[in-house]
Design a protein around this ligand. Structure first.
Ligand code: FAQ
Length: 332
């Protein structure tokens, strides 16, 4: 009996090989490099969701700008919310380097076809919420985004460096605001504790579903877009926040929270994952309001975009006319 000769192995695709080597060597993938379509799609998905989160994330705190209790607090809050707009813009630009169109991404957001972080669908009821958003939400964003500074896609990683520096100021301003309130009246301390109680669990959900239910993690980690799993980063956030809560004098609302000597980390309770799924799928306390405000702002801004485009076209026309008249005046 004769056995069929084995097919010679197909030579490796040199483009794929180059991409694989870039990832294996921890080098950066740049916009003009060849990349697998799945890598490009995954990045557009994550970067667009991240950009949308920054832009929608301006709303809960932005509501407090006109009601800030002092000029100093108003100036700080203004600067923070403005930074978030800037982060959104860097991120949309990073998505554009992958061939995405910013207008199309915005359309997908306002039509509910693209996600943004669940955390921004909760209300900011009191001024203490501004502090807690800075402390928890920016703190969680830092835990999640510092590793993204080493993400394999160059423009995303570089955008994250500046974003993280600014998030660090955001986190500190929140904590400093809470320290001030905790030194205030009984009512102010109660306000802080109430905000902590409402924001703790949603903040833990920001890191995404548990690792076993995270469909994108394995591939994103293999491509070095993600450097740590959702659960690892959640644990880091808990370990970082517990001593800060003690220093502040507030209680984190988790009866299972305790130091585990063996693991060298805190044990903590399980977030309500059905709530996360509900909020992600559009049924959170403020989803409808957040998206409809973003839609209204986009529609009301149409004339600004049109005026800016007309101005840019006119400038380009004038530059061209000036160049033509120079070349006519000085023939070679
Ligand atoms: N909310 O398979 P995974 C900030 C979705 S910026 C909504 O684990 P992945 C600054 C996920 O997209 C906050 N959706 O997904 C600030 C996926 O859906 P898809 C935003 C969530 O991508 C502070 C599905 O569930 N930060 O806070 C959430 O590997 C203060 C399955 O999940 C970033 O975007 C969620 N919490 O990991 C601004 C950071 N979690 O697309 C204003 C970059 C999961 O398959 C004020 N992003 N989903 O349909 C990431 O690191 C990742 O995308 C994760 C999710 C970790 C968020």
């Amino acid at each position: 009996m004769t056995t069929a000769a084995a097919e010679p192995a197909a030579p490796p695709d040199p483009l794929q090989q180059h991409f694989d080597d870039t990832i294996a060597r921890d080098h950066r993938v740049e916009p003009r490099d060849w990349m697998p379509e799945g890598y490009r799609r995954t990045l557009v998905r994550q970067i667009a969701q991240h950009a949308h989160s920054e832009i929608i994330g301006m709303q809960p705190e932005g509501d407090w700008i006109t009601r800030a209790p002092s000029l100093r607090r108003k100036a700080i809050l203004f600067a923070k919310v403005q930074d978030e707009a800037g982060h959104g813009l860097y991120l949309y630009s990073a998505a554009e380097t992958l061939g995405a169109d910013r207008a199309d991404l915005t359309r997908r957001l306002i039509e509910g076809r693209q996600k943004y972080s669940s955390i921004f669908n909760y209300p900011a009821d009191t001024f203490a919420d501004v502090g807690v958003i800075g402390w928890f939400v920016d703190g969680a964003a830092i835990c999640n985004q510092v590793p993204l500074c080493r993400s394999s896609y160059g423009p995303y990683a570089r955008a994250m460096v500046r974003v993280c520096k600014e998030e660090s100021f955001h986190q500190r301003q929140g904590y400093e605001l809470l320290l001030t309130m905790m030194r205030g009246t009984e009512g102010q301390r109660a306000m802080v504790q109430n905000a902590v109680d409402r924001w703790w669990w949603p903040s833990l959900m920001m890191f995404g579903p548990p690792d076993g239910d995270s469909p994108n993690s394995a591939q994103s980690t293999a491509w070095k877009i993600k450097r740590h799993s959702n659960d690892e980063l959640r644990q880091r956030f808990v370990d970082m926040t517990v001593p800060q809560a003690e220093r502040l004098g507030v209680t984190l609302p988790d009866p299972e929270l305790r130091w585990n000597e063996e693991r060298g980390s805190h044990d903590f309770g399980t977030p309500d994952w059905t709530e996360l799924q509900r909020v992600i799928s559009g049924d959170g306390p403020r989803n409808a309001e957040r998206v409809s405000r973003r839609r209204a702002a986009h529609e009301e801004g149409t004339w600004v975009r049109e005026a800016a485009a007309a101005h840019a076209a006119k400038q380009a026309e004038r530059r061209e006319e000036a160049a033509t008249s120079r070349s006519v005046a000085c023939p070679r």
